[in-house]
Design a protein around this ligand. Structure first.
Ligand code: PLP
Length: 449
């Protein structure tokens, strides 16, 4: 779009464009940043300013910007067949081959994929699927879903209800009925005197307490992100996930891992649940599936659920015009080919992930950093007013925003969730770029002294 006149884009944007998750008054006063081009881990704005994107767009550009092969795959498919549906007995080659390719990386039990356009739709899809599954098994009362406070599962009505974001619940009278929230495994802020291991067990066992409260016969599923992303990159203690998996198994409720961020290599495994050694029954995916080049998502469906869908149900009355869109699927296939061919998952696990971990951890010597943890290429850094007592700043939002803005002024895109700084760079980031990212962040932290 470089041939478009960009000089008055800011004014046009202010007049006509409502942005998601943005304070529109402030945005219009300050002016929108116009991003024009991307290459590798860098983006460039309309003034030619270069930024290291420490956030891979929105946790999604896993293979980095500027991959011509993906554009060409989409172009070829668009010329051959721009659209056909996967409803009523038809499919297209890219949709089917993409389902097969995804299933080749999921382990033994997650062998089927239901396609959506986004992570939010993927969450709405499994939410219905879980209820339909239990009903087909003769357990129609198993409808309640347990999720976590401060989780993010999207912006559709079910997605936002499953999520535990207070501000989202306040807008639109959410959550909808049948969803309850337990605590997150956020040891730094909520662990008190417990060790991380004990705290991990304690919050996992809240799931069991909630099942008892609601009645096992009324609970369909528990959902959580392997690492809670938008909530602040909350990395659970090692004790957490095995205990959650045990409870779901013993209490006969479906385990749903939201892989929208953690999927496709971010943790140094194809999927986040593999990193934690657990096996979900359902798993929403999106983002890294196409590295954001085109919108596509889906739900990984285990044999346990799929067999009921196929053998008992007769039909799942659910789907999107663009479920398995052939152009998006072709782009996703090419994206997965790149991830495989360049060994990006292994690179994160064995090379750049450990390098990033050590660089990120080095920030813990800074006086305003309480903790800097990471897994693979996702990192969460806790700002602390007093690190010896784990005391947090009185206005967490302000400190995060201040550091983030300093980073931005110095050419680094970082995200802040309250008093936590989040990193999630493309899986191709070089060691020198990790160093640059950490150095710039350190200088941003200096402003809090
Ligand atoms: N689930 C998780 C864990 C996410 O982080 C997101 C988006 O950030 C979603 C679901 C929603 O995905 P989308 O924005 O594609 O609808």
């Amino acid at each position: 779009m470089t041939d478009m006149p960009l000089s008055n884009l800011g004014a046009i944007d202010a007049a006509h464009h409502l942005h998601p998750f943005s304070d529109m008054k402030k945005l219009n006063a300050a002016g929108t940043r116009i991003i024009q081009r991307g290459e590798g881990v860098h983006i460039f704005d309309n003034h030619g300013r270069k930024y290291l994107d420490g956030f891979a767009g929105l946790w999604c550009v896993n293979v980095g910007y500027g991959r011509k092969e993906i554009a060409e795959a989409a172009y070829r498919q668009m010329q051959e067949l721009p659209y056909y549906n996967t409803f009523f007995g038809t499919t297209t080659a890219p949709a089917t081959l993409l389902a097969e390719k995804i299933a080749s990386h999921t382990g033994d039990k997650l062998n089927r994929v239901f396609f959506t356009n986004s992570g939010s739709e993927a969450n709405d899809t499994w939410f219905r699927m879980a209820r339909v599954y239990w009903k087909a098994l003769g357990k129609p009362t198993k409808t309640q879903v347990i999720a976590r406070k401060n989780a993010y599962h999207g912006s559709t009505v079910a997605g936002a209800s499953l999520g535990g974001m207070k501000l989202m619940h306040e807008q639109g009278n959410l959550p909808i009925e049948g969803i309850s929230h337990i605590n997150q495994p956020y040891w730094y802020a909520e662990g008190g005197d417990l060790s991380p291991a004990d705290f991990g067990l304690k919050v996992a066992r809240e799931l069991e307490e909630k099942i008892d409260e609601l009645g096992e016969d009324n609970v369909a599923a528990f959902v959580a992100e392997p690492i809670q992303g938008a909530g602040g990159v909350i990395i659970p203690p090692d004790t957490y996930w095995p205990e959650i998996a045990r409870i779901c198994r013993e209490r006969n409720i479906l385990l749903v891992c939201d892989e929208v961020i953690c999927g496709f290599g971010r943790l140094g495994s194809w999927f986040g649940h593999q990193h934690y050694g657990v096996e979900p029954d359902l798993a929403p995916i999106a983002k890294g599936l196409s590295s954001g080049y085109l919108p596509i998502g889906g739900v990984l469906v285990s044999d346990r659920v799929a067999e009921v869908m196929v053998e008992e149900l007769g039909g799942f009355y659910h789907g999107f015009t663009y479920s398995g869109h052939p152009v998006c699927a072709a782009a996703a296939l090419e994206n997965l080919r790149i991830i495989e061919e360049e060994g990006l998952v292994e690179r994160v696990r064995d090379d750049i992930g450990p390098y990033f971990a050590q660089a990120w951890k080095s920030l813990e010597d800074h006086e305003v950093v309480g903790e800097a943890e990471s897994v693979g290429l996702i990192g969460g850094l806790q700002l602390a007013a007093d690190k010896s007592t784990r005391r947090r700043y009185s206005s967490p939002d302000d400190v995060g925003t201040l550091v983030r803005n300093h980073c931005l002024d110095n050419g680094l895109v970082m995200r802040a969730t309250d008093d936590r700084m989040l990193a999630s760079p493309a899986l191709i980031i070089a060691r020198s770029e990790v160093d640059e990212m950490v150095d710039t962040l350190r200088k941003g932290l200096d402003h809090l002294r």
